[in-house]
Each structure stands twice: as C-alpha cells, then as structure tokens.
Design a protein around this ligand. Sequence first.
Ligand SMILES: Cc1cc2nc3c(=O)[nH]c(=O)nc-3n(C[C@H](O)[C@H](O)[C@H](O)COP(=O)(O)O)c2cc1C
Length: 419
Amino acid sequence: MTRVLLRASGTGSRESLAEYRSVGGYSALESALRAASPQGVTAAVREADLRGRGGAAFPTARKWELAARSSGNNKYVVANGGEHEPGSRKDRFLISSRPHLVLEGMALCAFATGASRGYLYLIEDMEDALASAQEAIDEARSGGYLGANILGFGFELEVSIIKAPTTYVAGEESAALEVIEGAESGEPRKAWPRKKPPYPGQAGLFGAPTTINNVETLAHVPGIVRHGAEWFRGLARAGGAGTGLFTLDSRVARPGVHELPMGATFRELLYDVGGGPKSGRPIKAFLPALSSAFLPASALDLPMTPDAVRQAGSNLGCGGVSFLEDGESVIPRLLEISQFFMREQCGQCPPCRMETNTLAAILKQVAAGEAGEYGAQIERITTFARGKGNCSLIEMAAAPVLSALKLFPEDFSAAANRA
Ligand SMILES: Cc1cc2nc3c(=O)[nH]c(=O)nc-3n(C[C@H](O)[C@H](O)[C@H](O)COP(=O)(O)O)c2cc1C
C-alpha cells in the first residue's frame, strides 16, 4: 500500500515530534524558511496540482494566491477537521496519528499566504484527535516549530484548537469561521454558513484574509515542498495528483482509512484493498461519498480523481465510499441518507429546510409503501431548491436521491406499490 500520509508502521497511534523528525519531519518548513519565497511555496503547490480534499476539490494554490494578494495585516490559516459525514474518518485518523504533518502543512500555508495565526478546527467529540493535536502543538512550540521567530527565521505562527459542534454544517468553511469567531470573542455563534462572496481568502476571520483547507489537504503540503511537484504528481495515475485517503465501512472485509494513489479505481479500493463485501455478494452500485450521486457497478473501474468522477455524474467528496449489494434495495439507504440531511441542515435557509424535509418525508412514504407521485415530487422540490442556499448542502442532499431514482426506478416502484 502507498503510504505518504499514513504512518509507515501502519499504526494509528500518535507520532511524536522525535518520530516525525526522524522521517524528515519539519525539514520542508526549515528549507522553505531558509531558501524559498512564499510565492515559491505556492508555485510548488500549484505545479503539484494539489486539489482540496474537503469535498469540492478546489485547486489549493488558487485559494492561497487569493489570500496572499488580499490586503490585511493579520491573516489567518484554518485546518478544517469538522469531519461529520457518516462514513468518513480520514481527518480524525490523520490528526490522531500524524498531527505534526498537519501542523507543518499549516505552517507552510501560513508562510505562503502571510498568516501569523492558525486554528485547528476539530469536532468536539474527537477525543483522541483533540488530545493528539494539543500534545503536538505543545511539542512543536517547545521545538521551535511554532510560536514567535520560528527556527530563528523571524517567521511567527501561533496555532490553537477550536472545538467544532458535532453537526454536519459546522464543517462548511464559512460556518467554521462563525464558530471560531464566536469562540474567540466569548460569544458563541451558530454554525451557520455565510453568503459568498466575499470568500474567506478575501474577508474571512474578523474580516481578514483567511485560508481554510481540509486537514488532509494541508498534510500533503510538506511532501510537495520537500520532494517537489513532479514527485507528487508521479504518485498518482490517470491524470490525478498525489495520494488520497479513503474510508471504508464495516461492510467490507478490511474497513478503515486507506491510502491509495489518486487515479486508482474504485474496484481496487473496494476489492483489492478493502477485501470486497463481507457477504461475498457482488456490488450493485456505490456512493463515492454520502453527499454524492450513486454510480452503478459498471463504474467500478473509474479512476478516483475529482475530474473523472465528476464527468461520470458524481463527486469524489471526502472519500467515504459505501456500496449496495446485488439484491439490496436502495430505499432503506436513501431513507437513512435523507433523514441525515434533514436532521443536519442548519435551519438558516428556507429552501434547504423545505427540500431536506420534503425528501425525507417522500422517502419515508416510499419505504412504507404509501407513496403516490414520488418521482414528480422529488423533481419539483429539488429543482425549486437548486442553488438557493448559503452553502451546497441543498445539492448534497439531492444528489443521492436523484441518481437513485434514475438508476433504480424498480426499487422505488417495488417499495411504493407494496401496500
Ligand atoms: C455542509 C457542508 C459540510 C462540509 N464539511 C466539511 C468538513 O467536515 N471538512 C472539510 O474540510 N470541508 C467540509 N466542507 C467543505 C468546506 O466548505 C471547504 O470547501 C473545505 O474545507 C475547503 O478545504 P479544501 O479546499 O482543502 O478541500 C463542507 C461543505 C459543506 C457544504
């Protein structure tokens, strides 16, 4: 298995500063501070084609450039560990096992964008990750890798932890900024997404340019700076770049967080690495992430790159891959997903509230065999709500339902006509 982000030993226990340094840890930061310019670090990230791993696959360097050129004296960097998507555990695993990799990525991002203050934003129930992150921050500060005058180069970065509420929307970047501002001002705020623009890179925390990246995205940066963009691109296949973390649930023989080259196929992930469905039954369809569209088994050989998955009509999201087996109706799974989105929408935007409530109600009726014109109702509500929220939860909630309706109309009619 490729191991760039995960510990070579395969253990999930916390890597100490000494252990991290023994495998070249913090040498990327030291060499950047010694010999590179902020623009040089961003150029390496751009040439590496690093794309965000928080779900939208946005080019990381573009985000950094925006923050770097926006004016403001107190810029910020935020590592987003608001991971609350059922089926994804990669960020909590990374912070628990390799916190210094994330801190070094944050420091390089801060250097590139001109930030001097950083926040590690972690879900309040991630006890292992929270403890690991605090220990690593303390170690890094005593080792001279955080704080004032880092390694004697006059560069400053203070990092502290902010606890995110255990809700899905709290992971959305502008909701995260609300939570952080609330925590810092002593007046807690709701995790409600802001209207955009302005984007965080223009006006984020306290109105200052802020770069917010997923925990995994930042963890890729030390490797890029240390080994170069070509090395990073060379790790991947099929037009991807780097490696990626993917989470498999307990329905496969080998569940957990796995690292694969970007561009490896879903079949490799689910069968070669995951060991295939425990039941031994063939896969009927799969979901690249809970908030994406179902793909049929015929797409198992699709390369796992954001572009290839998007072209196939779905989204790689944060890589918590799940599946349906042959003979398994999609309806119970859809009911579960739609109830998750109904519960987790934050309540701020009426169209989102309306859509998530309606989808959950329709699915409940279908599952109970009481549905009427469910197809037309689903079309109507998703078309009405599309693009209307402050964040993209509206699209996330619609994608699994719309794709299932197209791929498995027989599952809907079998359930709906049972009564
Ligand atoms: C409802 C919702 C929940 C999200 N949850 C997370 C999350 O838990 N972690 C994360 O990194 N990004 C999450 N995102 C995406 C972030 O808004 C943002 O795109 C991401 O943190 C950017 O980092 P990246 O460019 O490194 O991927 C979420 C987005 C939405 C709409």
